[in-house]
Write a protein that binds this ligand. Structure first.
Ligand SMILES: Cc1cc2nc3c(=O)[nH]c(=O)nc-3n(C[C@H](O)[C@H](O)[C@H](O)COP(=O)(O)OP(=O)(O)OC[C@H]3O[C@@H](n4cnc5c(N)ncnc54)[C@H](O)[C@@H]3O)c2cc1C
Length: 539
């Protein structure tokens, strides 16, 4: 289709109404610009709208995750648990939408299938999957780093006659497990949460595991009235601490090296961190465990002992212990009794490295040695991370260049926020952006405020077009690759290194995240702005 006089026109189109899209909408309105948000779901909240699977909850401390920009909202909202569950977080997202009166500018049930730059008109034209068009000078993607669910590439998925769900697009209606034979495929962060919760009521549970992960205890608890008061009083302090830490979490790395302390001191420190809530064991550990293999081996051995202590059957424990990566080199799932699930008589672990799945059948799942019958199959197979939601939109820039083609060998961006050849388009929480390795709302605020300041700069100067230069893009992309080399995780296959065996073309390692840390990223963004938006060409 092509635009006609009746095509709605805005100054800004935002794709996505998760936290990024909501905050961006709020700030764009304050610039006095006309704006429309297009959202595939029927409500706001993004991740917290879609991921309604049992057990879904934060790994971030709730009180570090919420938006910091509104003192009024901080005062009004009371998180009930230190690590909030999905229903409460979704209520929080809806509260923001109500308070800021966001819904009147959001078109729900609107999945964007294409976004094409019209150079002559200096504007973007988007089209929804049901054929609606709209145009805007600026296009801001807020489509999420983990919002493109992937199914496994196993034959027969359509054949299964029981209930089947993907955790990332869980139904809104209640799903029950009592008395049912349930099969779960996957053991990543989502699976770990879901398995633990489902095991509480299930008839019989079979977990199909290909790659075990190093999981650490979450230690969630309710927030009592006194703690609530203290959190509210300390918000400025809490956000300041997050701001200074590598990934904007409340946890700071210990300044010591694991290899510089005695084995006794090391063990006691690991034990202490293992007993504390949240990502402390990952983000607040000795400073060398994620960069030095020998140091990493010490925490890996500790975590291995923990699994053996918690899982009664040594053969099952063996299967649950990762052998292809050290602790912390992939996203660490936090758990609340995950390992003990495998001590239940009604739970079975199938190691797909020994007996791969051959196909899904009418009755269940057939591996190389047997067929398992199920009433329900749950695909906890995750997402086509970070670039997946971009790949699912036909985005074309100058001269019709497709973004997917441009990124075929890995993303190329400037600051993870713009792309040469794609003028007037901004990518919130996009690849190569510190937000992808972050307590995300902390970085969302930075991304959105930075993009808004750039739009204001253009308004003030009467500019209508902005594009990252090729040189700036190359320099940033090389910097992203260079800083990632220091970290052990770049030597491991994971979604952070662009590997997804369920997605064609994603079998080659690349760098999707910015691993230089949020403070360094913010500093660079501020310098660029301070120098009149160095690296951008304006018209
Ligand atoms: C289960 C789970 C737990 C998580 N826990 C944490 C945590 O503890 N701490 C943390 O920091 N982060 C966590 N995350 C990451 C989480 O995604 C971010 O914290 C944050 O919610 C991202 O917000 P966003 O608005 O950028 O993206 P999203 O919340 O993913 O929102 C993107 C929106 O864009 C929409 N969209 C995408 N493509 C299109 C299209 N083509 N057309 C129209 N709409 C589109 C989607 O429907 C979605 O609503 C978690 C993620 C998951 C999946």
């Amino acid at each position: 289709m092509s635009a006609s006089d009746s095509t709605p026109r805005y100054d800004v189109i935002i794709i996505g109404a998760g936290l990024s899209g909501m905050y961006q909408l709020y700030l764009v309105r304050q610039l006095g610009l006309s704006v429309r948000v297009f959202e595939a779901g029927t409500g706001v909240g993004g991740t917290w709208y879609w991921n309604r699977y049992p057990g879904a909850r934060f790994d971030s401390e709730s009180w570090t995750y919420g938006f910091s920009f509104s003192p009024e909202l901080l005062e009004e909202w009371e998180w009930r648990e230190h690590f909030s569950a999905q229903p409460e977080t979704l209520r929080y997202c809806n509260r923001i939408a109500d308070k800021l009166d966001l819904r009147r500018d959001i078109e729900f049930n609107s999945r964007i299938k294409s976004a094409i730059f019209d150079a002559a008109a200096n504007s973007w034209e988007i089209e929804t999957t049901d054929g609606r068009l709209a145009r805007a000078r600026f296009l801001i993607t807020a489509i999420g780093p983990l919002s493109a669910p992937t199914m496994p590439t196993i034959p027969g998925v359509e054949d299964f006659q029981g209930e089947a769900y993907h955790t990332g697009s869980w139904p809104h209606e209640p799903v029950t497990f009592a008395g049912k034979r349930v099969g779960v495929i996957g053991t990543g962060a989502t699976a770990v949460q879901a398995i633990t919760e489902i095991a509480k009521t299930v008839g019989h549970l079979t977990v199909f595991q290909r790659t075990p992960n190093w999981c650490a205890p979450l230690h969630n608890s309710p927030i009592d009235a006194e703690t609530q008061r203290s959190i509210k009083a300390r918000y400025p302090e809490i956000f300041a601490a997050c701001r200074e830490s590598f990934g904007c979490f409340i946890h700071q790395h210990d300044p010591r090296n694991a290899l510089d302390v005695s084995p006794e001191v090391r063990e006691a420190f690991y034990e202490q961190r293992y007993g504390e809530p949240g990502f402390g064991i990952w983000m607040g550990n000795f400073r060398d465990i994620l960069i030095n293999q020998e140091a990493n081996d010490t925490i890996t051995a500790f975590m291995q002992r923990k699994i053996r202590e918690r899982v009664r059957d040594p053969k099952v424990a063996d299967k649950l212990i990762p052998t292809n990566h050290g602790f912390g080199t992939r996203r660490v799932p936090l758990e609340s009794g995950y390992y003990e699930v495998y001590n239940q008589p009604n739970v079975r672990l199938v190691d797909l490295r020994d007996t791969p799945i051959e196909r899904i059948t009418k009755a269940g799942i057939k591996t190389s040695d047997t067929e398992y019958a199920f009433d329900m199959i749950i695909y906890a197979t995750g997402f086509d991370a970070i670039t997946g939601s971009f790949d699912r939109i036909d985005i074309r820039g100058i001269d019709g260049q497709r973004l997917k083609d441009k990124w075929a060998e890995g993303p190329r961006t400037y600051l993870g926020l713009q792309i040469a050849g794609f003028p007037n388009m901004f990518t919130l929480v996009g690849p190569h952006n510190a937000a992808t390795f972050c307590n995300i709302p902390r970085c969302i605020e930075q991304n959105v405020e930075w993009v808004t300041a750039l739009l204001r700069h253009m308004q003030d100067k009467g500019l209508t077009r902005v594009e990252a230069t090729g040189v700036a893009e190359s320099t940033w992309t090389e910097h992203v690759l260079e800083v990632s080399q220091r970290l052990l995780f770049t030597q491991i296959n994971s979604w952070m290194t662009g590997i997804n065996t369920n997605v064609g073309g994603k079998q080659k390692r690349t760098v999707l995240v910015y691993a230089g840390g949020a403070p360094a990223y913010r500093k660079r963004c501020d310098e660029v702005a301070g120098k009149g938006y160095e690296g951008f060409a304006f018209q």
